[in-house]
Design a protein. Structure first.
Length: 97
């Protein structure tokens, strides 16, 4: 399985196996943590899980959909607005008095 930009192990588990339950098997088979950031183009070994939900996996395969729910440089502005306390600078946009 070749990793696409923005994909996580959870995305791949659902896309290939049709179940989030297989994410732990994907992590073990590829010597990763379930929260590791994946590198686009990286090749992952499919664990061949007994927990595979064939109907869901076949659905994603049939419609040729690739799941990629990670925040990328392209979609960061759509998801995380540049306002609020996280974007404030003390003494500049956040005045303490």
């Amino acid at each position: 399985m070749r990793v696409l930009s923005g994909q996580s192990l959870l995305d791949i588990a659902v896309q290939v196996d049709g179940s989030v339950e297989t994410v732990f098997e994907w992590a073990l088979a590829n010597d990763k943590s379930i929260t590791d950031r994946l590198t686009p183009g990286e090749i992952l070994v499919a664990p061949g899980s007994a927990l595979r939900e064939k109907d869901i996996a076949n659905y994603f395969y049939g419609i040729q959909k690739k799941l990629a729910t990670g925040i990328t440089a392209q979609n960061h502005e759509l998801i995380v607005p540049d306002d609020g306390i996280g974007a404030m600078i003390i003494g500049s946009t956040f005045i303490v008095s």
